[in-house]
Design a protein around this ligand. Structure first.
Ligand SMILES: *Cc1c(COP(=O)(O)O)cnc(C)c1O
Length: 356
């Protein structure tokens, strides 16, 4: 049963063909359990090839677990983690980072754009140095941010420099890491370990898998006992090959990047028409696969009446997310309905096409 495609979340999408084919292959016969199998080895090796380094690789079921356990591995319970006020770890993980770290506190930096910057980090990390305050230990940045902005490599390097100076580790929530790679057109290594990132959570779910995120430690010392942490948290898959095989499918085929490019292109397709819609504006620069629109309530209600689903949990604007399977024709339907509720006539050539 399928309804008309919606863009409320990139998690509405199904499994992409490359991930699905690998799972189907992994399903031919039996294999060793708990990650002691060829698929898991191949997936970890594919990450090492892609990132051009001997990183330590682990697989978790979802992003909340990957982020929380990665942060916990960098902290003692009396430490703190600096993040932006919009960070998923702060707003959408139900306290899991604090829970899995036995109490490491998130220190939230107010930021205009959702991006952290060296000055904000420095303010939070050096504001207090007494025994009564949880000791800053980690900075976490989301790439791209929750509202779809991409840190440049220079920005990441700037953050890493202040981290090194202040003795902080740098974690990256890459739930949509592939989309940032597609935008910057850089090697994954350039945006991570070469820029000073210590640990990356690389999202698979929003990149075309059914389920699963990878945690990459670029400093093997930091990965010590991470396997125990995963097991204790209920994140060690006994049939691990079904979490790892889809990564082999995504990474070896290049689908990880193609999928992200496609999502980004669909976001640009929508963003490009917004300027011509009276009353409608982009809330944030469109740099990945997200478009956030402000519009009068009557227009948003009009879109809903035409069957569109979307969230308005950030600043009251409408969020549209484009996954690997976003259908450009469906994006055009959304654009046509936006024009209609904004009271703008369709461009002539679109009408000719529609009449043909
Ligand atoms: C989706 C997302 C996650 C992961 O969420 P889960 O539902 O736990 O898989 C993490 N960070 C960001 C920024 C996300 O958008």
């Amino acid at each position: 049963m399928t309804d008309a495609q919606q863009f409320a979340s990139d998690n509405y999408a199904g499994i992409c063909p490359q991930a699905w084919a690998a799972m189907e292959q992994a399903n031919r016969g039996s294999a060793s359990a708990y990650g002691d199998d060829d698929w898991t080895q191949a997936a970890a090796d594919a990450f090492r090839t892609l990132f051009e380094t001997e990183c330590e690789v682990f697989f978790a079921f979802n992003g909340t677990a990957a982020n929380s356990l990665a942060l916990a591995s960098l902290c003692q319970s009396y430490h703190s983690v600096i993040c932006s006020a919009q960070a998923h770890v702060e707003t959408d993980e139900c306290g899991a980072p604090e829970f899995f770290s036995n109490g490491s506190k998130l220190l939230v930096a107010p930021t205009e754009s959702g991006k952290l910057d060296p000055a904000a980090i420095r303010r939070l990390a050096t504001g207090r140095a007494d025994i009564h305050f949880p000791k800053p230990r980690v900075v976490t940045i989301t790439q791209p941010t929750e509202t779809g902005q991409v840190y440049t490599i220079a920005e990441i390097e700037g953050i890493a420099a202040v981290c090194r100076e202040l003795g902080l580790r740098l974690h990256m929530d890459g739930a949509r890491f592939a989309h940032a790679c597609a935008t910057l057109g850089c090697a994954p290594a350039d945006m991570t370990w070469r820029a000073g990132v210590d640990v990356l959570c690389f999202g698979g779910t929003k990149n075309g898998m059914a389920v699963g995120e990878a945690v990459l430690f670029f400093d093997p010392v930091l990965a010590q006992d991470f396997d125990y942490r995963c097991k204790q948290a209920g994140q060690l898959a006994s049939k691990m090959r079904f979490l790892s095989a889809p990564w082999v499918g995504l990474l070896e085929s290049g689908a990880w990047l193609d999928n992200a490019r496609h999502g980004n292109a669909c976001a640009q397709r929508l963003a490009a028409v917004v300027a011509a819609l009276p009353g409608v504006a982009l809330m944030f620069p469109v740099e990945a696969n997200a478009v956030f629109l402000t519009a009068p309530d009557a227009m948003l209600d009009g879109l809903r009446a035409r069957g569109w689903k979307f969230y308005t949990f950030i600043g009251g604007g409408a969020r549209f997310m484009f996954a690997w399977d976003a259908d450009p024709a469906r994006v055009d339907e959304l654009i046509a309905d936006l024009r209609a509720v904004a009271g703008v006539a369709e461009p002539a050539e679109a009408r000719v096409l529609a009449d043909a």
